[in-house]
Design a protein around this ligand. Structure first.
Ligand SMILES: Cc1cc2nc3c(=O)[nH]c(=O)nc-3n(C[C@H](O)[C@H](O)[C@H](O)COP(=O)(O)OP(=O)(O)OC[C@H]3O[C@@H](n4cnc5c(N)ncnc54)[C@H](O)[C@@H]3O)c2cc1C
Length: 302
């Protein structure tokens, strides 16, 4: 494993954090120590960093807000790259919004509101970054990133940067071409429409209210744990299988929304994974429907 000294040769030491608890990096609020978290200052530093990590065969992973991520209790013996600190600019250009990948969706939605632009209300309550949302084709309440992304600036594995159009990004329910070709999103341009300020605000308030009513936002989670299986709703299947409240240690299936596995307080990532596996097994045995996790896993699990 590389040392802090090694890493400091390619990125500024001010941009490196060592042994960071994964609980502070994810909305599940679980997981062990992450060896390094690096926040590159610009594309040049990011490209240098990735080249170095590849050369030294150091494992690395790009993290957004960690709102769809379960990191092992053993932590991650590699480098997490975070764009939140230095890649978070948001700029309105006419009916378009340029947002750097580390910008939070809520900040972008607020910016859209303040410029009377409509189309992004759906994303205001999703607690992730633009980059994570693009990777996942995040969506809610009848819309998704696919409907609003014009193009994105992608850093390719060979260190070059290329603009991908909406079509090239190949966005569809909770996936994108980034899932396959390892491209890292640096920025995104959203194409929105002029709207009425009060209506946009009312719609955002309404969606937030619906979230507060339906979702266990007071607990750590990663939102919907599973993807929607074709023709079903994961939450309904889980509820019908009698799994609401199913608990392992301090992790459980939420009573409020069966689609969420939550951290009741001091859960471990293993406990969360045990609940996930039990839910998958029970739903399969009852209904022969396969539940595919929407959440991403990082590090070693039992
Ligand atoms: C309470 C709650 C409610 C939620 N509601 C919704 C919802 O309504 N709809 C929905 O779709 N999701 C929802 N989620 C899940 C999650 O917020 C989204 O999937 C979000 O888009 C993830 O963004 P992130 O920045 O946290 O990504 P992370 O969890 O940090 O990462 C997710 C994946 O994206 C990749 N990634 C991150 N940044 C980049 C980048 N710049 N370039 C390339 N890849 C990148 C990561 O490598 C990882 O594979 C919810 C989560 C919570 C906790």
């Amino acid at each position: 494993m590389i040392s802090l000294e090694d890493l400091s040769r390619v990125v500024s030491p001010d941009h490196i954090r060592e042994n960071v608890s994964a609980a502070t990096l994810t909305t599940f609020r679980t997981g062990g120590p992450v060896r390094f978290v690096v926040s590159p200052y610009d594309t040049a530093e990011l490209v240098r960093l990735i080249a170095f990590l590849k050369e030294t065969e150091t494992p690395y992973f790009l993290v957004g807000r960690g709102s769809n991520l379960l990191i092992s209790d053993r932590g991650y013996n590699g480098v997490l790259i975070s764009l939140r600190r230095f890649f978070s600019d948001v700029e309105v250009r006419g009916n378009e919004i340029y947002a750097e990948a580390g910008a939070m969706l809520s900040d972008v939605a607020r910016e859209a509101l303040s410029h009377n632009l409509t189309g992004f209300e759906f994303a205001g309550g999703i607690p992730g970054t633009i980059g994570g949302a693009l990777y996942m084709d995040a969506g809610a309440y009848g819309s998704e990133m696919k409907n609003v992304v014009k193009e994105a600036e992608i850093l390719l594995p060979d260190g070059t940067v290329r603009i991908f159009s909406n079509e090239e990004l190949d966005l569809s329910y909770r996936k994108s071409c980034l899932s396959e070709n390892e491209g890292l999103a640096l920025s995104v341009i959203l194409s929105l429409k002029p709207g009425n300020h009060d209506e946009i605000r009312a719609s955002m308030n309404d969606l937030n209210e619906r979230r507060r009513e339906k979702q266990p936002l007071e607990f750590g989670s990663a939102g919907s744990t599973f993807k929607r299986p074709e023709g079903y709703f994961a939450g309904k299947l889980i509820e019908d299988a009698g799994l609401k409240g199913y608990r392992v240690g301090n992790a459980c299936v939420s009573e409020k929304h069966a689609g969420f596995v939550i951290n009741l307080g001091n859960a471990t990532s293993e406990e969360i994974l045990s609940v996930v596996r039990h839910v998958q097994e029970t739903v399969w045995n009852r209904f022969q429907v396969e539940l595919e996790p929407e959440i991403r896993f990082l590090g070693e699990f039992e």
